[in-house]
Design a protein around this ligand. Structure first.
Ligand code: SF4
Length: 455
């Protein structure tokens, strides 16, 4: 199903769409206030972008350096070329520990690899411990946002969900009550877990350690209570030196939620005494993306979600309409690289306004990459006949000024005098939710000529 079809379903609940739009815009405004408080914010963005460009140009060296340092610290390092290998490695570690209960902190990579269903099919209980992730897990839905996974759910919906799965009392969506019940429920899962899985925000090449950012402290709680820790990371998570964390931690928190710093920035550099730590480094299509000159900068992404919060299409179509692990503008340039046919509608889910590129903390030229994908898709994929015909006709009209003027005059006449049904019908998808602007009597050309004639 295309993005437009899925977005149509989301748009049926107008009140919810308005609320979703406002909630995300609120986060965008918080980001603006927080970023504007930092002197040299633009310089910081440039620095983040340059460090990432350096990483991508020397990725092989940094990865090998990271592996060597991690091993020196007593960490087991594993390499996975794809999702299947990643899941098999994780499962083998769990089998070694005879683990039947796993707690997981937020990790978009394990979502991308579909780790949960893989492990559940082997009889392993996997509990997502980030509150938003747990909500969507109970609802049997994927996250709809990379930082705010349950942003599409109202508190009243969470109330009903918790009553069903956690046995809570009806509370009319009282957030304090719901959070305290979730805390009790998760505490029990933490205590009983055999192994903790976390994502990785940054992997530091010169120390061999990883940094995980959470606001709930769930990664720390899981890791410190379980007998083994598995950290799963994409190859692009590397940063060269520990001092570079000063750049990225400031960029990440402010861009994601408008906080000056994430509540917990946890550094895991070695296993605790008597415990094991594993790092699984995953490619899963990233090398291929790296080899595409027009799209390699998409690997700068630090997963802050700011491009989603600002995108007018994302805000009004919801994360699930993208049907990809990473939704929104960044997902729309990552997904076609994975499966062009399946995700061919996503680069078109944009106004190309460039707001995503303007807020991106690592200066990814997102809207330009969206436009590049469109060009590739138009060449490689079949386009609807009606769209092709309209664009071909438009090219003829727009390239001939006289014809353009005649077409403009006819259109103005038709818009004024034709019956409404002739303009607002099935062929005019644009008019489904919009009124065309009031038609002027003259166009710019007529006005300009008249102005020159009158001196
Ligand atoms: S593309 Fe930029 S703005 Fe979007 S999630 Fe990644 S880092 Fe954040």
């Amino acid at each position: 199903m295309s993005h437009a079809t899925k977005a149509t379903a989301f748009n049926k609940d107008e009140a919810k769409v308005n609320w979703h739009d406002k909630a995300l815009w609120y986060v965008r405004e918080k980001r603006d206030k927080s970023a504007h408080k930092v002197q040299g914010w633009e310089h910081l963005r440039q620095l983040g972008s340059s460090i990432k460009a350096n990483v991508l140009s020397n990725l092989d060296d940094y990865l090998i350096q990271f592996e060597a340092n991690a091993k020196k610290n007593g960490i087991h390092v594993h390499w996975a070329s794809n999702a299947e290998e990643h899941n098999t490695i994780v499962n083998a570690i769990l089998e070694k520990h005879n683990a039947k209960k796993v707690v997981k902190s937020k990790s978009m990579l394990t979502e991308e690899c579909h780790l949960n269903p893989f492990l559940e099919a082997k009889g392993i209980e996997v509990i997502d411990t980030d509150l938003g992730e747990r909500i969507v897990q109970l609802a049997e839905e994927p996250p709809s946002h990379i930082v705010l996974p349950a942003i599409h759910k109202t508190k009243e919906e969470v109330d009903v969900l918790f009553q069903k799965h956690l046995g809570t009392k009806p509370s009319q969506g009282n957030p304090e009550y719901l959070v305290s019940e979730a805390r009790k429920h998760l505490r029990d899962k933490f205590i009983k877990a055999d192994v903790a899985i976390t994502g990785v925000n940054f992997a530091v090449a010169d120390t061999g350690g990883v940094v995980v950012c959470t606001n709930e402290g769930n990664a720390d709680m899981g890791v410190h209570l379980a007998k083994a820790h598995i950290a799963c990371m994409g190859i692009e998570k590397i940063i060269p030196q520990e001092k570079h964390l000063g750049v990225f931690l400031r960029l990440l928190a402010r861009s994601a939620t408008g906080q000056p710093i994430t509540t917990y920035s946890s550094h895991f550099n070695k296993p605790e005494n008597g415990k094991e730590m594993h790092i699984v480094i995953v490619d899963n299509g990233r090398t291929e993306q790296l080899s595409r000159p027009d799209f390699r900068a998409s690997l700068h992404c630090i997963r802050c979600g700011a491009c989603m919060n600002t995108c007018p299409i994302y805000r009004r179509s919801g994360g699930h309409s993208y049907d990809y692990t990473i939704p929104g503008p960044i997902g729309s340039i990552l997904s076609p690289g994975k499966d062009l046919k399946k995700h061919s509608s996503l680069p078109f889910a944009s106004t190309l306004c460039g707001s995503c590129s303007n807020v991106c903390p690592v200066k990814i030229n997102i809207h330009e990459q969206l436009y590049k994908w469109r060009q590739i898709i138009v060449k490689e994929e079949k386009q609807p006949v009606i769209k092709k015909t309209i664009l071909k006709s438009a090219a003829v009209v727009l390239s001939k000024p006289k014809l353009y003027n005649i077409a403009g005059k006819s259109a103005r006449f038709a818009l004024k005098h034709a019956p409404k049904f002739m303009i607002y019908n099935k062929l005019n998808a644009w008019g489904k939710a919009r009124d065309l602007p009031e038609v002027k009597n003259e166009n710019f050309d007529d006005w300009y000529k008249k102005r020159n004639k009158n001196g």
